[in-house]
Write a protein that binds this ligand. Structure first.
Ligand code: HEM
Length: 373
Protein backbone atom coordinates (compact mmCIF):
# COMPACT_ATOMS: atom_id res chain seq x y z
CA UNK A 1 0.00 0.00 0.00
CA UNK A 2 2.99 2.23 0.67
CA UNK A 3 4.29 1.89 -2.88
CA UNK A 4 2.32 3.45 -5.72
CA UNK A 5 2.82 2.10 -9.20
CA UNK A 6 4.76 4.45 -11.46
CA UNK A 7 3.40 2.91 -14.67
CA UNK A 8 -0.23 3.02 -15.73
CA UNK A 9 -2.75 4.51 -18.09
CA UNK A 10 -2.84 7.69 -15.97
CA UNK A 11 -0.02 9.48 -14.23
CA UNK A 12 0.02 8.77 -10.52
CA UNK A 13 -0.46 11.75 -8.22
CA UNK A 14 -3.73 12.98 -9.70
CA UNK A 15 -6.47 10.69 -8.41
CA UNK A 16 -4.06 8.91 -6.07
CA UNK A 17 -5.51 9.51 -2.58
CA UNK A 18 -3.76 12.75 -1.63
CA UNK A 19 -0.63 12.15 0.43
CA UNK A 20 0.29 14.37 3.38
CA UNK A 21 3.27 16.23 1.95
CA UNK A 22 4.17 18.12 -1.18
CA UNK A 23 7.32 19.35 -2.81
CA UNK A 24 6.39 21.09 -6.02
CA UNK A 25 9.02 22.39 -8.43
CA UNK A 26 8.97 24.37 -11.66
CA UNK A 27 12.02 24.30 -13.92
CA UNK A 28 13.23 26.51 -16.75
CA UNK A 29 14.96 24.71 -19.58
CA UNK A 30 18.36 26.42 -19.97
CA UNK A 31 19.78 24.44 -22.88
CA UNK A 32 19.00 25.07 -26.54
CA UNK A 33 19.98 21.50 -27.34
CA UNK A 34 16.85 19.46 -27.98
CA UNK A 35 18.73 16.14 -27.74
CA UNK A 36 20.08 17.09 -24.32
CA UNK A 37 16.57 17.82 -23.12
CA UNK A 38 15.24 14.52 -24.43
CA UNK A 39 18.17 12.71 -22.86
CA UNK A 40 17.45 14.33 -19.51
CA UNK A 41 13.76 13.40 -19.69
CA UNK A 42 14.83 9.78 -20.20
CA UNK A 43 17.15 9.92 -17.22
CA UNK A 44 14.43 11.57 -15.14
CA UNK A 45 11.95 8.89 -16.03
CA UNK A 46 14.30 6.10 -15.02
CA UNK A 47 15.11 7.85 -11.73
CA UNK A 48 11.43 8.57 -11.05
CA UNK A 49 10.47 4.95 -11.70
CA UNK A 50 13.10 3.88 -9.18
CA UNK A 51 12.46 6.48 -6.48
CA UNK A 52 8.68 5.96 -6.44
CA UNK A 53 9.41 2.30 -5.66
CA UNK A 54 11.61 3.24 -2.71
CA UNK A 55 14.91 2.77 -4.53
CA UNK A 56 17.80 5.15 -4.96
CA UNK A 57 17.79 7.55 -7.92
CA UNK A 58 20.52 5.69 -9.83
CA UNK A 59 21.49 2.00 -9.88
CA UNK A 60 24.82 2.59 -8.15
CA UNK A 61 23.08 4.51 -5.40
CA UNK A 62 24.46 6.79 -2.73
CA UNK A 63 27.54 4.76 -1.79
CA UNK A 64 27.95 2.09 -4.48
CA UNK A 65 29.73 4.14 -7.12
CA UNK A 66 33.34 5.18 -7.65
CA UNK A 67 34.77 7.04 -4.67
CA UNK A 68 36.13 9.64 -7.11
CA UNK A 69 32.67 10.42 -8.57
CA UNK A 70 29.65 12.24 -7.12
CA UNK A 71 27.15 9.62 -5.93
CA UNK A 72 24.16 8.64 -8.10
CA UNK A 73 21.85 9.34 -5.19
CA UNK A 74 22.13 12.07 -2.60
CA UNK A 75 21.50 9.65 0.26
CA UNK A 76 19.05 11.39 2.55
CA UNK A 77 16.29 8.88 1.83
CA UNK A 78 18.45 5.81 2.51
CA UNK A 79 16.53 3.47 4.76
CA UNK A 80 13.23 5.26 4.24
CA UNK A 81 10.31 3.51 2.54
CA UNK A 82 8.75 4.98 -0.61
CA UNK A 83 6.15 6.65 1.65
CA UNK A 84 3.56 6.67 -1.13
CA UNK A 85 5.77 8.85 -3.34
CA UNK A 86 4.27 9.93 -6.63
CA UNK A 87 5.99 12.12 -9.23
CA UNK A 88 3.74 13.85 -11.72
CA UNK A 89 5.17 15.79 -14.67
CA UNK A 90 3.63 18.71 -16.50
CA UNK A 91 4.75 20.89 -19.41
CA UNK A 92 4.17 24.65 -19.25
CA UNK A 93 3.10 27.02 -22.07
CA UNK A 94 6.60 28.53 -22.31
CA UNK A 95 8.07 25.18 -23.43
CA UNK A 96 6.03 25.53 -26.61
CA UNK A 97 7.82 28.69 -27.81
CA UNK A 98 10.30 28.64 -30.70
CA UNK A 99 13.18 26.85 -28.92
CA UNK A 100 12.34 23.19 -29.47
CA UNK A 101 9.99 23.24 -32.42
CA UNK A 102 6.96 22.47 -30.27
CA UNK A 103 4.79 25.42 -31.30
CA UNK A 104 2.38 23.27 -33.28
CA UNK A 105 1.89 20.90 -30.35
CA UNK A 106 0.63 23.43 -27.88
CA UNK A 107 -2.93 22.49 -26.93
CA UNK A 108 -5.54 25.22 -27.35
CA UNK A 109 -6.81 24.25 -23.90
CA UNK A 110 -3.50 25.48 -22.48
CA UNK A 111 -4.32 29.09 -23.32
CA UNK A 112 -2.54 31.59 -21.04
CA UNK A 113 -4.63 32.31 -17.98
CA UNK A 114 -6.15 35.80 -17.99
CA UNK A 115 -5.23 38.32 -15.34
CA UNK A 116 -7.91 38.01 -12.70
CA UNK A 117 -9.14 40.98 -10.66
CA UNK A 118 -7.02 41.33 -7.52
CA UNK A 119 -4.13 39.19 -8.75
CA UNK A 120 -0.82 40.16 -7.14
CA UNK A 121 1.35 37.62 -8.91
CA UNK A 122 5.10 37.42 -8.52
CA UNK A 123 6.60 36.33 -11.86
CA UNK A 124 9.63 34.82 -10.12
CA UNK A 125 7.46 32.18 -8.46
CA UNK A 126 5.07 31.69 -11.38
CA UNK A 127 5.14 29.73 -14.61
CA UNK A 128 7.95 27.45 -15.70
CA UNK A 129 8.71 25.20 -18.68
CA UNK A 130 8.35 21.91 -16.81
CA UNK A 131 6.92 21.10 -13.41
CA UNK A 132 7.14 18.08 -11.17
CA UNK A 133 4.69 17.52 -8.35
CA UNK A 134 6.17 15.22 -5.71
CA UNK A 135 3.72 13.97 -3.10
CA UNK A 136 4.57 11.58 -0.28
CA UNK A 137 3.70 10.83 3.30
CA UNK A 138 7.22 11.75 4.42
CA UNK A 139 8.58 15.23 3.56
CA UNK A 140 12.14 13.91 3.37
CA UNK A 141 11.11 11.48 0.64
CA UNK A 142 9.41 14.20 -1.42
CA UNK A 143 12.34 16.60 -1.05
CA UNK A 144 14.82 13.85 -1.89
CA UNK A 145 13.00 13.10 -5.12
CA UNK A 146 12.92 16.71 -6.33
CA UNK A 147 16.51 17.29 -5.30
CA UNK A 148 17.69 14.29 -7.30
CA UNK A 149 15.74 15.33 -10.39
CA UNK A 150 17.31 18.80 -10.14
CA UNK A 151 20.74 17.20 -9.75
CA UNK A 152 20.22 14.98 -12.79
CA UNK A 153 18.99 17.97 -14.77
CA UNK A 154 22.00 20.16 -14.07
CA UNK A 155 23.02 22.13 -17.17
CA UNK A 156 19.73 21.29 -18.91
CA UNK A 157 17.18 22.79 -16.52
CA UNK A 158 17.39 25.11 -13.55
CA UNK A 159 14.93 25.37 -10.70
CA UNK A 160 12.74 28.42 -11.27
CA UNK A 161 10.76 28.09 -8.05
CA UNK A 162 9.61 25.41 -5.67
CA UNK A 163 7.06 25.05 -2.90
CA UNK A 164 6.75 22.80 0.12
CA UNK A 165 3.33 21.89 1.42
CA UNK A 166 1.81 19.87 4.22
CA UNK A 167 -1.56 18.68 5.43
CA UNK A 168 -3.29 18.03 2.11
CA UNK A 169 -6.24 20.40 1.82
CA UNK A 170 -8.33 18.05 -0.24
CA UNK A 171 -9.55 14.52 -0.12
CA UNK A 172 -9.45 12.92 -3.54
CA UNK A 173 -10.97 9.61 -2.50
CA UNK A 174 -14.09 8.66 -0.57
CA UNK A 175 -11.81 6.58 1.70
CA UNK A 176 -10.21 9.76 3.07
CA UNK A 177 -11.55 11.96 5.83
CA UNK A 178 -11.83 15.59 4.78
CA UNK A 179 -8.83 17.57 6.07
CA UNK A 180 -8.85 21.26 7.00
CA UNK A 181 -7.13 24.27 5.51
CA UNK A 182 -5.38 26.95 7.59
CA UNK A 183 -8.63 28.91 7.95
CA UNK A 184 -9.84 25.91 9.93
CA UNK A 185 -12.51 24.77 7.47
CA UNK A 186 -12.90 21.32 5.97
CA UNK A 187 -11.58 21.48 2.43
CA UNK A 188 -12.38 18.94 -0.24
CA UNK A 189 -15.93 17.98 0.74
CA UNK A 190 -17.46 18.58 -2.69
CA UNK A 191 -14.30 17.66 -4.58
CA UNK A 192 -14.22 15.24 -7.50
CA UNK A 193 -13.26 11.84 -6.10
CA UNK A 194 -11.26 8.96 -7.55
CA UNK A 195 -14.29 6.64 -7.32
CA UNK A 196 -16.51 8.90 -9.47
CA UNK A 197 -15.25 7.48 -12.76
CA UNK A 198 -18.02 8.87 -14.97
CA UNK A 199 -17.50 12.37 -13.58
CA UNK A 200 -13.74 12.02 -14.01
CA UNK A 201 -14.26 11.19 -17.68
CA UNK A 202 -16.37 14.30 -18.09
CA UNK A 203 -14.33 16.74 -16.02
CA UNK A 204 -10.81 15.45 -15.41
CA UNK A 205 -9.30 13.44 -18.25
CA UNK A 206 -8.66 14.82 -21.71
CA UNK A 207 -10.64 12.87 -24.30
CA UNK A 208 -9.75 11.86 -27.85
CA UNK A 209 -10.53 14.79 -30.11
CA UNK A 210 -10.27 17.39 -27.34
CA UNK A 211 -6.91 18.52 -28.69
CA UNK A 212 -3.52 17.11 -29.72
CA UNK A 213 -3.25 13.33 -29.33
CA UNK A 214 -0.30 13.57 -26.98
CA UNK A 215 -2.61 14.92 -24.27
CA UNK A 216 -5.40 12.36 -24.67
CA UNK A 217 -5.79 10.63 -21.31
CA UNK A 218 -3.89 13.42 -19.55
CA UNK A 219 -5.10 16.39 -17.54
CA UNK A 220 -4.34 20.11 -17.16
CA UNK A 221 -2.98 21.38 -13.89
CA UNK A 222 -3.44 24.89 -12.53
CA UNK A 223 -1.43 25.97 -9.49
CA UNK A 224 -2.09 29.12 -7.46
CA UNK A 225 -0.10 30.03 -4.42
CA UNK A 226 -2.68 31.80 -2.28
CA UNK A 227 -1.41 33.72 0.69
CA UNK A 228 -3.86 33.75 3.59
CA UNK A 229 -4.04 36.88 5.71
CA UNK A 230 -4.06 34.83 8.87
CA UNK A 231 -4.11 37.58 11.51
CA UNK A 232 -7.11 39.53 10.15
CA UNK A 233 -8.92 36.21 9.69
CA UNK A 234 -8.27 35.24 13.29
CA UNK A 235 -9.94 38.47 14.44
CA UNK A 236 -13.07 37.67 12.41
CA UNK A 237 -16.14 36.31 14.16
CA UNK A 238 -17.19 32.70 13.71
CA UNK A 239 -20.45 33.90 12.18
CA UNK A 240 -18.61 35.96 9.58
CA UNK A 241 -16.22 33.09 8.80
CA UNK A 242 -19.10 30.69 8.22
CA UNK A 243 -20.96 33.25 6.11
CA UNK A 244 -17.90 33.69 3.91
CA UNK A 245 -17.69 30.00 3.06
CA UNK A 246 -21.41 29.18 3.29
CA UNK A 247 -20.59 26.17 5.46
CA UNK A 248 -20.31 25.68 9.20
CA UNK A 249 -16.89 25.36 10.71
CA UNK A 250 -17.38 22.33 12.94
CA UNK A 251 -19.08 19.84 10.67
CA UNK A 252 -18.45 21.44 7.30
CA UNK A 253 -22.16 21.24 6.49
CA UNK A 254 -23.71 23.76 4.11
CA UNK A 255 -25.57 26.47 6.07
CA UNK A 256 -28.79 25.03 4.63
CA UNK A 257 -28.06 21.47 5.85
CA UNK A 258 -26.78 19.44 8.76
CA UNK A 259 -24.33 16.86 7.46
CA UNK A 260 -21.02 17.53 5.72
CA UNK A 261 -22.18 15.89 2.51
CA UNK A 262 -25.64 17.46 2.32
CA UNK A 263 -26.08 19.37 -0.92
CA UNK A 264 -26.23 23.13 -0.40
CA UNK A 265 -29.64 24.63 -1.23
CA UNK A 266 -29.04 28.08 -2.66
CA UNK A 267 -32.74 28.93 -2.90
CA UNK A 268 -33.44 28.82 0.85
CA UNK A 269 -34.05 32.22 2.47
CA UNK A 270 -33.86 33.10 6.15
CA UNK A 271 -36.41 35.00 8.27
CA UNK A 272 -34.87 38.26 7.06
CA UNK A 273 -35.61 37.29 3.45
CA UNK A 274 -31.93 37.02 2.60
CA UNK A 275 -30.43 33.83 1.09
CA UNK A 276 -29.09 31.58 3.88
CA UNK A 277 -26.03 30.89 1.75
CA UNK A 278 -25.00 34.43 0.83
CA UNK A 279 -24.69 35.46 -2.79
CA UNK A 280 -21.01 36.21 -2.05
CA UNK A 281 -20.32 32.87 -0.29
CA UNK A 282 -17.41 30.79 -1.60
CA UNK A 283 -19.36 27.54 -1.99
CA UNK A 284 -22.14 29.24 -3.92
CA UNK A 285 -19.79 31.00 -6.34
CA UNK A 286 -17.62 27.90 -6.84
CA UNK A 287 -20.52 25.44 -7.14
CA UNK A 288 -21.05 23.68 -10.49
CA UNK A 289 -24.64 24.94 -10.71
CA UNK A 290 -23.27 28.51 -10.84
CA UNK A 291 -20.55 27.64 -13.38
CA UNK A 292 -22.21 25.80 -16.27
CA UNK A 293 -21.55 22.50 -14.53
CA UNK A 294 -17.78 23.04 -14.32
CA UNK A 295 -15.99 20.90 -11.74
CA UNK A 296 -12.37 20.58 -10.64
CA UNK A 297 -10.24 17.98 -8.94
CA UNK A 298 -8.59 20.00 -6.19
CA UNK A 299 -5.38 18.62 -4.71
CA UNK A 300 -3.84 21.50 -2.80
CA UNK A 301 -1.65 21.74 0.29
CA UNK A 302 -1.21 24.13 3.19
CA UNK A 303 2.03 26.04 3.38
CA UNK A 304 3.81 28.05 6.03
CA UNK A 305 7.00 29.66 4.71
CA UNK A 306 7.96 31.01 8.14
CA UNK A 307 6.96 34.58 8.87
CA UNK A 308 7.27 37.70 6.76
CA UNK A 309 9.45 39.91 8.97
CA UNK A 310 6.44 42.03 9.92
CA UNK A 311 5.22 39.59 12.55
CA UNK A 312 2.78 37.87 10.22
CA UNK A 313 2.75 34.22 9.24
CA UNK A 314 3.70 33.74 5.61
CA UNK A 315 1.08 31.07 5.16
CA UNK A 316 -1.71 29.95 2.93
CA UNK A 317 -2.96 27.42 0.46
CA UNK A 318 -0.93 26.08 -2.42
CA UNK A 319 -3.93 25.41 -4.63
CA UNK A 320 -3.57 22.69 -7.25
CA UNK A 321 -6.44 21.74 -9.52
CA UNK A 322 -6.65 19.21 -12.35
CA UNK A 323 -9.16 19.38 -15.16
CA UNK A 324 -9.99 18.49 -18.73
CA UNK A 325 -10.01 22.07 -20.04
CA UNK A 326 -9.01 25.10 -17.93
CA UNK A 327 -10.84 27.42 -20.32
CA UNK A 328 -14.13 25.87 -19.26
CA UNK A 329 -13.24 25.04 -15.64
CA UNK A 330 -10.63 26.94 -13.66
CA UNK A 331 -10.92 30.17 -15.64
CA UNK A 332 -14.68 30.78 -15.31
CA UNK A 333 -14.77 29.60 -11.68
CA UNK A 334 -11.83 31.80 -10.68
CA UNK A 335 -13.25 34.74 -12.65
CA UNK A 336 -16.42 34.51 -10.61
CA UNK A 337 -14.54 34.07 -7.32
CA UNK A 338 -12.16 36.95 -8.08
CA UNK A 339 -15.08 39.28 -8.75
CA UNK A 340 -17.44 38.41 -5.93
CA UNK A 341 -16.02 36.10 -3.28
CA UNK A 342 -16.13 37.66 0.21
CA UNK A 343 -13.06 35.51 0.94
CA UNK A 344 -10.93 37.86 -1.20
CA UNK A 345 -10.62 40.21 1.74
CA UNK A 346 -8.51 37.53 3.46
CA UNK A 347 -6.45 36.05 0.62
CA UNK A 348 -3.96 37.13 -2.08
CA UNK A 349 -3.03 35.10 -5.14
CA UNK A 350 0.76 35.46 -5.37
CA UNK A 351 1.79 32.85 -7.92
CA UNK A 352 0.24 31.05 -10.84
CA UNK A 353 1.13 28.04 -12.95
CA UNK A 354 -0.45 26.17 -15.84
CA UNK A 355 0.84 22.79 -17.01
CA UNK A 356 -0.21 20.05 -19.41
CA UNK A 357 0.18 16.66 -17.74
CA UNK A 358 0.23 13.88 -20.35
CA UNK A 359 -1.19 10.40 -19.72
CA UNK A 360 0.83 7.81 -17.84
CA UNK A 361 3.64 5.62 -19.15
CA UNK A 362 2.78 2.01 -19.86
CA UNK A 363 6.21 0.43 -19.96
CA UNK A 364 9.84 0.97 -19.05
CA UNK A 365 10.87 1.81 -22.64
CA UNK A 366 8.59 4.85 -22.61
CA UNK A 367 9.67 8.16 -21.08
CA UNK A 368 8.24 11.47 -19.90
CA UNK A 369 7.51 13.69 -22.88
CA UNK A 370 8.23 11.08 -25.57
CA UNK A 371 5.00 11.83 -27.42
CA UNK A 372 6.05 15.48 -27.61
CA UNK A 373 9.54 15.10 -29.07
C1 HEM B 1 -15.01 24.61 -1.94
C2 HEM B 1 -11.73 26.90 0.77
C3 HEM B 1 -9.75 28.82 -3.21
C4 HEM B 1 -12.76 26.19 -5.90
C5 HEM B 1 -14.32 25.09 -0.85
C6 HEM B 1 -14.65 24.84 0.53
C7 HEM B 1 -13.71 25.46 1.29
C8 HEM B 1 -12.81 26.13 0.39
C9 HEM B 1 -13.62 25.49 2.81
C10 HEM B 1 -15.85 24.02 1.04
C11 HEM B 1 -15.56 22.57 1.21
C12 HEM B 1 -15.30 21.83 -0.06
O1 HEM B 1 -16.21 21.50 -0.83
O2 HEM B 1 -14.12 21.61 -0.33
C13 HEM B 1 -10.92 27.64 -0.08
C14 HEM B 1 -9.87 28.52 0.36
C15 HEM B 1 -9.31 29.06 -0.76
C16 HEM B 1 -10.02 28.51 -1.90
C17 HEM B 1 -9.48 28.76 1.80
C18 HEM B 1 -8.19 30.03 -0.89
C19 HEM B 1 -7.27 30.22 0.02
C20 HEM B 1 -10.40 28.27 -4.30
C21 HEM B 1 -10.06 28.54 -5.67
C22 HEM B 1 -10.90 27.77 -6.43
C23 HEM B 1 -11.78 27.06 -5.52
C24 HEM B 1 -8.96 29.47 -6.16
C25 HEM B 1 -11.02 27.65 -7.93
C26 HEM B 1 -10.85 28.64 -8.77
C27 HEM B 1 -13.61 25.53 -5.06
C28 HEM B 1 -14.64 24.63 -5.52
C29 HEM B 1 -15.32 24.19 -4.37
C30 HEM B 1 -14.66 24.81 -3.25
C31 HEM B 1 -14.94 24.23 -6.96
C32 HEM B 1 -16.50 23.22 -4.31
C33 HEM B 1 -17.77 23.97 -4.43
C34 HEM B 1 -18.95 23.02 -4.40
O3 HEM B 1 -19.13 22.28 -5.37
O4 HEM B 1 -19.66 23.03 -3.40
N1 HEM B 1 -13.20 25.89 -0.91
N2 HEM B 1 -10.99 27.65 -1.44
N3 HEM B 1 -11.44 27.39 -4.24
N4 HEM B 1 -13.66 25.63 -3.70
FE1 HEM B 1 -12.38 26.69 -2.57
Amino acid sequence: PDRISFYGERQAGIITPAQDRLHFVAFDVITKDRAALVDMLQSWTAAAARMTQGQEAGALGAVGGLPEAPPEDTGEALGLPSAGLTLTIGFGPSLFDSRFGLRGKRPAAMADLPKFPGDTLDAGISGGDICVQACANDPQVAVHAIRNLARIGMGVVSVRWSQLGFGRTSSTSTTQATPRNLFGFKDGTANLKAEETALLDDHLWVRPGDGPDWMTGGSYMVTRKIRMLIEPWDRTSLLEQETIFGRDKGEGAPLTGRGEFDEPDFAVRGDDGEPVIATTAHVRLAHPTQNNGARLLRRGYNFVDGSDGLGRLDAGLFFIAYQRDPRRQFVPVQTQLARQDELNEYIRHVSSGLFACPPGLLAADDFWGRSLF
